[in-house]
Design a protein around this ligand. Sequence first.
Ligand code: ADP
Ligand code: ADP
Length: 226
Amino acid sequence: STVLAGYGLVKKYDSTTALAGVDVEVHERDSLAIMGPSGSGKSTLLHTLAGIIRPDGGQVLLRGDRIDKLGENRLSALRRKRFGFVFQFGQLLPELPAEENVALPLMLEGVPRKEAVERARRWFAPLGLDGLEHRRPGQLSGGQAQRVAIARALAVEPDVVFADEPTGALDQRTSDEVVRLLTSVTRASGAALVMVTHDADVAAHCDRILQVRDGRISNYSPFTVA
Ligand code: ADP
Ligand code: ADP
């Protein structure tokens, strides 16, 4: 079934049309890679689906409910509870041990510290992070830090994980390992994954690839649009 959908999405910045009418559906446990040249609208599409940017036209639906018209408070609460985010780098708090970085989104949701840390620790083994619970981000490799960021995105057990160039700062081998874990652990958790990447090898780990060009979908595999 469809977890997240955007229909007729339009976004304009002054003279630039960043999204010119995009339709996209993300199914349960599905992973979707958004690819395309720089400036084609990939980030705008991801941010619009994630309720960070409001579209000028069209609709965003989460499990059939429109979210693009929600008030700012309800929308930010929804983002914290139902969405997880992984960015390129620099998203972990440097002064906190890895397990507390992962526990933080749970604590923001009101889960008591001890329980939050316990729940956070459960993500370490599946992501190959056993034994690194007490390390600070500065004591982790780039790949380890990204895996901690993935654990943090999954901690609240979101409906959708959004990843914006999650392997952009990694070498190819590390990148491959990180995207493998990102797709498999996210799927096992029951969440859907929406990822922006310029790397075709990274995108190949996803179930579907959506090509964006000039704010429009130019290709959608496995279904090819003329
Ligand atoms: P991509 O992620 O594919 O590089 P973006 O979604 O960042 O593309 O940008 C799409 C187009 O919209 C680009 O022409 C970009 O310059 C423009 N754009 C994006 N964000 C803004 C903004 N906040 N203000 C003005 N123009 C923007
Ligand atoms: P990415 O590398 O992920 O495509 P960009 O470098 O295009 O990201 O954009 C980074 C941020 O700057 C985004 O939040 C985007 O909305 C904003 N942005 C992009 N283009 C412009 C622009 N022409 N004017 C203002 N802000 C922009």
